[in-house]
Design a protein around this ligand. Structure first.
Ligand code: SAH
Ligand code: SF4
Length: 396
């Protein structure tokens, strides 16, 4: 049956095909004496068609499909094993990797409001929705970059997991493919924004994060201008990021207006203080009209007062910046409380009056623990509304 000979006795490792670049696939198929165009067909099947089984890749001859399987290859797309749906349409997924580790990924139909005010095309669509829902579909997917997180921000539930491991490029981009498949999304027709704001610190898994960005842009055809990566302020990562030609937009979790407060809620400030952080951010070349987003989680009584707004204005006044105010999402056993609505809107007005674009990020999926900082693997989280749902075709 199998006439395909194997060249050079390649190591048979059964590494998932999803996640491999065109160059890697070309080498893999060359070992099976296949010409480069077969690698291009495989690449197309994995990333544009998003097929989930080798048997479905009918552009490849059956003998080649069998040869791949006999070498223990699988497509190896991460799998959605649990789903919880919020009353606001947000869905949170527990996604399982080949080794059984799980992360969370969030689907937010209609976007997450995080684009507003950054001057880009995605932001204009966010602020001026001219569509009706039938012919114009859009959503934001929030992706994890690590299993757990090592950064230990005091207000964040993910921090409680500690760090278990980095995700591979295929596992990062694979979350997107799994969610797009669930919703039958056609990239190009539907507007998909990606935010690297799930579990983990992308800049502590930098090479895999950037490899995933390359897969998502060049192979899966989602433009980098529709992606935003959020970092807690990992300086070497920011400096590397500044040199990339293909890159998402940058968001930085500032969360405080001075080093004393920041150190108390984000211990990483001891390593890199706010001044060093701002200096590194200034090295990132921006697109025309692009602004760096500064995320600011508002913690009642800690960083939400008038003096904090004034300090923040002084820090960001002459920069291409916008601020996303995020009302703290509570978690169990955390020594914080929400700011009052009056304090949040006074804070926003003060920034706006000083000429700094400031937006209040709509909390999404709070009832299912899918909102910012609430991602902690589903099975370990008290989620009374947790339900397992069948796939919903085309529910953008
Ligand atoms: N690790 C990256 C990206 C994931 S966290 C980072 O920290 O930037 C995404 C955003 O959620 C960050 O801006 C973070 O400050 C915010 N966040 C964390 N815990 C939160 C909580 N409990 N309530 C609201 N926002 C939170
Ligand atoms: Fe990690 Fe971000 Fe949570 Fe901080 S806020 S612990 S960096 S996931």
């Amino acid at each position: 049956m199998n006439e395909i000979s194997i060249k050079d006795n390649p190591k048979v490792d059964g590494r998932p095909l999803f996640g491999q670049s065109l160059v890697e696939l070309t080498i893999l198929l060359d070992h099976l004496n296949q010409p480069p165009y077969r690698a291009r067909q495989l690449h197309e099947a994995l990333y544009a068609q998003r097929l989930t089984s080798i048997d479905d890749i009918t552009t490849l001859p059956a003998t080649l499909r069998e040869a791949l399987k006999s070498q223990n290859h699988t497509i190896g797309l991460p799998e959605i094993v649990q789903t919880a749906r919020s009353i606001d349409g947000t869905e949170r997924y527990l996604i399982r990797m080949a080794d059984g580790e799980t992360v969370e990924t969030v689907w937010m139909p209609g976007g997450d409001g995080g684009e507003r005010g950054d001057g880009t095309q995605a932001a204009e669509e966010e602020e001026h929705p001219t569509h009706d829902d039938d012919d114009y579909k859009r959503a934001t997917i929030c992706i994890s970059s690590q299993v757990g997180c090592a950064v230990n921000c005091q207000f964040c539930l993910t921090a409680k997991l500690g760090i278990r491991r980095n995700l591979t490029p295929g596992e990062i981009a694979g979350q997107v493919a799994a969610v797009l498949n669930r919703h039958n999304v056609e990239v190009g027709r539907d507007r998909i924004n990606l935010v690297f704001m799930g579990m983990g610190e992308p800049f502590l898994n930098y090479p895999s994060f950037m490899d995933a960005v390359r897969l998502l842009t060049t192979a899966m055809r989602i433009p980098d201008s529709r992606m935003t990566v959020s970092t807690s302020g990992i300086l070497p990562g920011i400096l590397d990021f500044a040199k990339e030609t293909l890159r998402p937009k940058l968001a930085v979790s500032l969360n405080a207006s001075n080093d004393v407060v920041r150190e108390s809620i984000m211990p990483i400030t001891r390593k890199w203080n706010i001044a060093a952080l701002l200096e590194a951010i200034a090295t990132v070349p921006l697109r025309p009209r692009e602004r760096v987003t500064f995320e600011y989680v508002m913690l009642g009584g800690i960083n939400d007062q008038r003096e904090h707004a004034d300090e923040l204005i002084a820090l960001l006044k002459n920069r291409q910046a916008k601020i996303n105010l995020i009302v703290w999402n509570s978690g169990p056993d955390m020594p914080f409380h929400e700011p009052t609505p009056a304090d949040v809107s006074a804070f926003q007005s003060r920034l706006r009056n000083a000429g700094i674009p400031a937006f209040i990020r709509r909390p999404r999926g709070r009832d299912i623990y899918a909102a910012c900082g609430q991602l902690k693997r589903t099975l370990e989280t008290p989620t009374p509304t947790l339900i397992t749902l069948p796939p919903t075709p085309s529910s953008l």
